[in-house]
Design a protein around this ligand. Structure first.
Ligand code: MOS
Length: 738
């Protein structure tokens, strides 16, 4: 086990050379002999029934092998499921159109270009109906979505003698209230989704960029009507996921089903435009937050109502109110209310910090408004309301250092030099302002297994079926393997992204390191025990017959009774290729006694052009309390990436849905704006070092999502400080500042 006194290491990515030399094979890069190419056909209306599909020209086009449509479907079973295939239907199994850009056909041809060109020849007739495709102001028609993550959609904690949240608000000395909106957003991973499916003797191998080879196996097996043992999913490198490479979506299902019929491997690579409608989005939201406080800044009532877009085709909508306002600050009275608005739009799915990203924007902006109303410093206000008990569960946090995040961050940033008055600083043509907000993300941990093999060539493999989305998991496995076995990093061979490796649910919920890390230590212990057993029971071993308890493991060597032998020499002497063992780790029953959450504080400085309204960021400081940090280099990258994700939320991103057609008008990376390097200021990332050993023996929570949370509010708050303008509708574009 990692010694809690171990100082954080900082090493380069072990897969870095592969990535920068093009040696890392992503799903579409896999060379598969005889592969045919599929191209999806998407609906051009948002709601209705397909009446006809004329595929005759497409079928005659050069290189075309087959055209599948609802009238000539591939075989898929079941009814879909938002958690496994992203929506409540399976492609080509009926003629219904649920949103603009839904998969309604697939053309298979010898080349990608032939498939794409043939797809353009298909003529589709619809019985179209007018879609509902915008989240209207006031959100009529919102409905109770049922339980959210096991909690009722409406959750309320009231102090004794208080009848309702509105009564608590009415009794408050000061209240602020705001309505906050944000548009539907897209994950926009650098690697578009792709799958290659190849069958051999009833066994499917699927190369597919996924955050979970395990979940993909389950979804594929169910839809194809085969057993999980008949499916292998391979995904060693993933070019970003952000949540929309968890569900399995239409392209792997269609590739595998078509490959089975054609008896030939099939590859489907989505175009960038197709990824916008086929692979999910983050719900658009309206949120109303009302805060009640005493004049000294003590919160007494938090009311947070949220309306999130859902798709008529199913999906996993955003749940902001519950995941942030429930526990971020102490309040005697808390009311959370989540509703969904079902529209004829592509399905929502999980997107980086689902709930926290959106909920924190509303709550942390409202808190800034309260600070200004009270004349209390925004940092002071947050520290005054620091929660220590998790509402409703009445348990303390295992390790919470939000106060230290704010103290350290304020000092690094120079917060105390701030003049609190809005519009108080001008630098040439630029209004300068600063803002702050809290970051948070729950500590998630899942059961995980790791297999360790001592090998005759002197190396050690450390493998698990987890994923690396660019997050650094290859390197984390190597670092923890090295530490657990006392061997140099270059003797460790990590392996991941293959469903045949040691069992692992995958990478999401910021839980990959926290889940897999403890299993590395367990596997090391088990592998050392197995190596020792082999050494004392094998007649050709120099340690033959020595009692197990007298054998000590020391940096790759077994030591007993004056004898010392390295595992390489031992395996050589015994003519063994390898000795292996698997270790498991997961949360125990004691896990329920604490709440596990990572916290952080963002500080940012913006400059807003006084004539054009153009907002530019000039610097950001982010301090994160996420427990132990395993590799500070990749960890810093994670937080920087999260903050940049938040810059997109704050200033740039949003689907432009045409209300009349339900079409996403900006489904490409020229019109869907993402932060580029010129939008990103210097980002100062600092980690507190408080290992959370109540959470897991490694002391590490997660860092994949927290960096995003709170960024939009911090930026919006800084813009208010710079300009005196409060913008409650994201993204904050220059037209809103004029
Ligand atoms: Mo995350 S939205 O659990 O990939």
């Amino acid at each position: 086990m990692r010694d809690p006194a171990t100082r954080t290491v900082s090493v380069n990515r072990v897969d870095g050379r592969l990535k920068v030399t093009g040696g890392a094979r992503y799903a579409a890069d896999q060379p598969v002999a005889g592969v045919a190419h599929g191209h999806l056909v998407l609906s051009t209306v948002a709601r209705g029934t397909i009446r006809t599909m004329d595929v005759s020209a497409a079928e005659r086009a050069p290189g075309v092998l087959a055209v599948f449509t609802p009238f000539r479907p591939v075989e898929l079973r079941g009814s879909g499921n938002p958690f496994s295939v992203g929506h409540s239907w399976l492609p080509l199994q009926d003629a219904e159109v649920r949103y603009h850009g839904q998969a309604i056909g697939v053309v298979i041809a010898e080349t990608f270009e032939q498939a794409r060109d043939a797809a353009a020849l298909i003529r589709t007739g619809y019985d179209a109906r007018p879609p509902a495709a915008s989240l209207p102001g006031g959100v009529p028609g919102a409905t109770d979505p049922g339980p959210i993550m096991g909690e009722p959609a409406r959750l309320e904690f009231l102090a004794e003698g208080v009848d309702s949240i509105d009564a608590a608000l009415a009794a408050s000395e000061v209240t602020v209230s705001g309505r906050y909106t944000q548009p539907i957003k897209h994950h926009s991973a650098m690697e578009p989704h792709a799958s290659i499916a190849a069958w051999q003797d009833g066994q499917l191998t699927l190369w597919s960029g996924t955050q979970s080879t395990t979940l993909t196996v389950g979804a594929m097996a169910a839809a194809l009507g085969v057993t999980p043992a008949q499916v292998r999913v391979v995904s060693p490198h993933v070019g970003g996921g952000f949540g929309n490479k968890i569900a399995t979506w239409a392209h792997p299902l269609l590739a595998a089903a078509a490959a089975r019929v054609l008896n030939r491997p099939v590859k489907i690579v989505l175009t960038r435009e197709q990824t916008f409608t086929i692979t999910g989005n983050r719900s658009g939201l309206e949120q109303v937050v009302t805060l009640g406080a005493r004049r000294d800044g003590t919160l007494v009532a938090v009311k947070h109502q949220a309306y999130a877009t859902q798709s008529a085709s199913g999906g996993t909508f955003e749940a902001p109110a519950h995941t942030t306002s429930r526990y971020l600050y102490r309040s005697e009275n808390i009311h959370l209310d989540q509703r969904i608005v079902t529209l004829d739009i592509p399905p929502p799915t999980w997107m980086r910090a689902p709930g926290q990203e959106s909920g924190s924007f509303a709550l942390e902006t409202a808190l800034d408004e309260l600070a200004i109303r009270l004349g209390v410093d925004p940092v002071t206000l947050r520290l005054r309301n620091n929660a220590t008990i998790y509402p409703g569960r009445n348990v303390p946090w295992s390790s919470k250092h939000l106060d230290e995040c704010y103290r350290v961050g304020a000092q690094r940033f120079g917060w105390d030099r701030r003049n609190p008055a809005p519009r108080s600083k001008l630098d040439g043509d630029w209004l300068v302002g600063t803002g702050t907000a809290t970051a948070n993300y729950p500590g998630e941990r899942f059961p995980a297994s790791v297999r360790i093999r001592f090998r005759a060539d002197g190396t050690v493999t450390v493998d698990s079926a987890t994923a690396d989305l660019g997050t650094g998991m290859w390197t984390v496995l190597a670092v923890l393997g090295s530490e657990s076995l006392g061997l140099p990093l270059d003797r460790i061979r990590p392996d991941l992204g293959d469903s045949t490796l040691a069992s692992n649910i995958g990478a999401f919920g910021s839980g990959a390191t926290a889940s897999t890390g403890p299993a590395v230590a367990a596997a090391a212990e088990a592998a050392i025990a197995e190596l020792t057993r082999v050494a004392v029971t094998h007649q050709d071993s120099p340690l033959y017959g020595v009692p197990v308890e007298e054998v000590r493991y020391d940096h790759g060597q077994l030591v007993a009774d004056g004898t010392r032998i390295g595992f390489r020499a031992l395996l050589g002497a015994l003519h063994l290729d390898q000795v292996e063992a698997t270790g498991n780790a997961g949360p125990g029953p004691e896990h329920g006694q604490h709440a596990f959450t990572s916290f952080g504080a963002h500080f940012c400085e913006v400059r807003v052009n006084r004539w054009t309204g153009e907002p530019r960021l000039s610097r950001i400081t982010t301090v994160v309390d996420a427990g132990a940090i395993i590799n500070s280099k990749t960890a810093r990258s994670q937080i920087v990436g999260g903050v940049i994700f938040g810059i997109g939320q704050a200033l740039l991103e949003g689907a432009q849905l045409e209300p009349a057609t339900g079409r996403i008008a900006n489904a490409n990376l020229a019109d869907y704006l993402l932060p580029v390097n010129a939008d990103v200021p210097p980002i100062d990332v600092h980690f507190l070092d408080h290992p959370d050993i109540l959470f897991n023996p490694l002391g590490a929570r997660g860092i994949g999502e927290i960096g995003t949370v709170g960024v939009a509010a911090a930026i919006g708050n800084a813009i208010h400080h710079a300009t005196g303008r409060r913008v409650r509708d994201l993204p904050i574009t220059l037209d809103k500042l004029l």
